[in-house]
Ligand binder design. Sequence first.
Ligand SMILES: Nc1ncnc2c1ncn2[C@@H]1O[C@H](COP(=O)(O)OP(=O)(O)OP(=O)(O)O)[C@@H](O)[C@H]1O
Length: 236
Amino acid sequence: MEQPLVEVRDLHVRFGEDEAVAGVDLVAAAGRATGLLGRNGAGKSTTMRVLAGVVPPSAGRVLVAGHDVRRQPLAAKRAVGYCPDVGGLVPRATPWEHLQLAARLRDLPRGWEPRARDLLERFELGDVAHRVTAGFSHGMGRRLSVVLAALHEPPVLLLDEPFDGVDPVGVEATLEVVADARARGAAVLVSTHLRELAIEACSTVLVLRGGARVAELSAAQMSGEEGARAYRALLD
Ligand SMILES: Nc1ncnc2c1ncn2[C@@H]1O[C@H](COP(=O)(O)OP(=O)(O)OP(=O)(O)O)[C@@H](O)[C@H]1O
């Protein structure tokens, strides 16, 4: 069987006495999108941060594109495009400067600009490409964060709350980015509170509670009123 692009086994993350993630297992294959759902504090963002190389695992095995995040942190980070749930933007820099910096840090080959421009247009950020992000609305910041995560067409795309406060045009563009990533064989993880968008973007949904995985459901099982009831029942 082909090696999955994301493999998490018995992940634990502790902050002092608190265990934010308590034994999560997660496998994501090429061309698949997986939703992470669960209540506030369930451990979704912490799991994403471990995969992005921002927070170290306390215990467990975490492989990204076959690279261990502890032993091969650079190789693992190179394989990832990460839209964090908060922050990540420099207030005094413009979207275009963010993209230039991302291209340099990622060592992208010449010719990345047309893709960057196309992404900005798709997210309706073309007109503000040269305006500092300090004055951006929350949704504009979210849209730019998705653009930055997707620029280098990473094998593993991590989108933490990409739909939060985003208008329908931004939602559509984000769904397109997820579909494009899947089509080129990336694995995508999307953390969200929006069950219906999770179903639209993802084939599978993992429900986390208290730092642990309580269910893995197909998009079909999460759909409609029955899906809403099944999801609600998993939260308490
Ligand atoms: N840096 C940190 N220091 C201490 N505790 C933390 C830290 N980051 C997260 N936590 C705690 O870990 C738990 C899981 O948080 P996390 O942000 O992963 O949840 P979440 O599912 O993403 O929540 P939300 O839906 O509110 O974004 C929470 O109890 C949180 O308070």
